[in-house]
Design a binder for this molecule. Sequence first.
Ligand code: F6R
Length: 241
Amino acid sequence: MVICRTKDYNDLSRKAANIIRAQVILKPDCVLGLATGSSPVGIYQNLVKWHQKGDLDFSKVSSINLDEYRGLRPDNDQSYRYFMDTNLFNHINIDKAHTFVPNGLEEDPKKACSNYDQIIESMGGVDLQLLGLGHNGHIGFNEPSNVFPSGTHCVDLAPSTIEANKRFFASEADVPRQAYTMGIRSILLAKKIIMVVSGEGKAEILKKVVCGPITPEVPASVLQLHRDVVIVADEAALSKF
Ligand code: F6R
């Protein structure tokens, strides 16, 4: 595990975006595993800026997102498809037919999850997986539990996740209670993983992820087993080290 310490969120966003930029330059037809939430917003802004300057070409890139709320339409402004379109895809030259997000409208969880696993498999592996870190240690929506779920699955969101994500919704009651998420095995199969962590509120959990035991109670601790993980974190997030 490599830890890249940054001064603040802007510095973190630029450094993490540079890693993605290198990936796209070195392998123009790469598969990027992407995340939503507040942590990657600055990264996407940098990627858009560099694309608009003519420095970055996404025409051959494919992408696969970690998760989606169950029951939200893609054009719902709280869906993760909408997030990806408005924060990144609408502003770069990626072929949207090559961007994948779980189908939140598929009511049958088994079908939604097996369809997504087939898509992941057909893409031939993720070259670079971007992750954020939940306050409870989740990655994707793999919530603390007593097992590491393998493939894509339907998850009941933890009360702490609903609490953390209510800031994006009109009220807590509007936060969907379930989501489809890529499993831990699929995440670990990525060739390279970059996790971005910002702010003092994540300092305690980040210490556990890196220095604590590997346990499904802290899902991100499983990253200790991966051979190529870079954690890009700001000083506030690293304040407990
Ligand atoms: C989002 C995702 C989540 C977030 C995590 C951190 O696609 O998979 O695991 O990365 O909840 O969210 P923020 O960045 O909003 O603190």
